[in-house]
Design a protein around this ligand. Sequence first.
Ligand code: ZN
Length: 500
Amino acid sequence: MGAYDDLKARLGEINDLHSSAAILDWDQHVMMPARGAAIRAEQLATLGNLAHEMFVDDETGRLLDAAASSVDSQPYDSDEASLVRVTRRDWEKARRIPSELTADMTRQASLAIPIWVEARRTSDYKAFLPALQRNLDLRKRYVECFEGTFDEAYDVLLDDYEPGMRTAEVRHLFDYVKEHQAPLVRRAAEAAAGVTPPAGPWDIDTQKIFELEVAKAFGFDEDAWRLDKTVHPFATGAGSQDIRITTRYFTDHLGGLFGTMHETGHGLYEHQVSPTLERTPLGSGVSLGFHESQSRMWENLVGRGRPFWRHFFPRLAELFPSATAGFDSESWYRVMNTVEPSLIRVEADEATYNLHIILRFELEQAMINGTIALADLPGEWNRLMWEYLGIEVPDDANGVLQDTHWAGGSIGYFPTYALGNLIGAQVWSRIEADIPNLTASFEAGDFAPLRTWLGSHLHVLGRKFTPAETLERVVGTSSIDPAPYVAYLRDKLGDLYGVA
Ligand code: ZN
């Protein structure tokens, strides 16, 4: 298989460039002194350009053709056939975009970010508007590169984050969620009104001890992982045995803990991808939706669950005797699941989160289709916040300016968060059927059965298949079903608040 090995060697080098860039990027957020930013931007741009040029080059196409005939007799689900099939799709897609446009989008996004930071600080949407308009215009030019290959413009953007997913399907899923989740959340929020969260104080060094114990129980392994502090938590790394997760700590609430569990979920996905896919384009999670299904599963379905707190509350109480005074594992579990509509997406509770996403999904379609003028965006944002969450937005900093995504040029990204919730619940139903004593194992502090199941059914596959094919292999159907998620939420809120 000479031709196949040649292809793999080239893709391995491209992968080395990407993973080196990932470590430089991690370093920038975790270690780098502030004034290193200017030269770091050059270094990252150089690595990115080299990787992109090597990938879209005719030579990659020639190696793909040669490798295709040499793996002809391999089955569809072999590593070899999958590598050629998936890489060809990536290559054909990447070749449609002129390098100047990629460079323009990158440059414009890096200019827009500081403008957005300042606009958010002063709650001045008008100051951000021209930068947002330029980002949107560039995304429209990007969409034009795919003329005729999709049903609607938003499909093109969505496909970058959730390959194969179509806007019409997301609309259909979200309509179901909106219809069932919004009234449920309203009733739960009324029932939960007046619950005050424990005020702390939460000593940061003690939090670090507790969080590491939780992460280790989930699968964090000091020989292959790092956990560091950052401003905005993320997960990255340079291969399955070099997983870097980051978190943050607050002294007045335990939000950082849930962030750590979330990023551990992302890390586990990358850590358990088949070693045979290392240094190839297949050696990572299949889509953002699937990635979020994993992070949210560990954060919410596990970490906000009763069995988890039955095991971990005594240890928390031992480490934080005064902050947890008056609570037992049951009342602690309840207070960790308070439902309260709030302004900020990243601080939203499990029950209200999807509604924040649906609002953004609807606005993004209107932006890309031109059915809303950007000047009218804040008003429309505020109207939908009232309609879906029943709260009034006091200013744009707490409204339309809160997220970094549009400043960074990302449109079409948001839906993957909510799709992750839906996929996660769908996978969870299958896990509960396969592992009948899951609750007992969590109560005993044993998360290995869940981790192992996810590793062998989902993580091992990496990017070998499309998201739809992956779902089919994991749960037996290729389409996302919102019913398990809504049922999960209804059961949980029904138990907590007596609402259904
Ligand atoms: Zn995430």
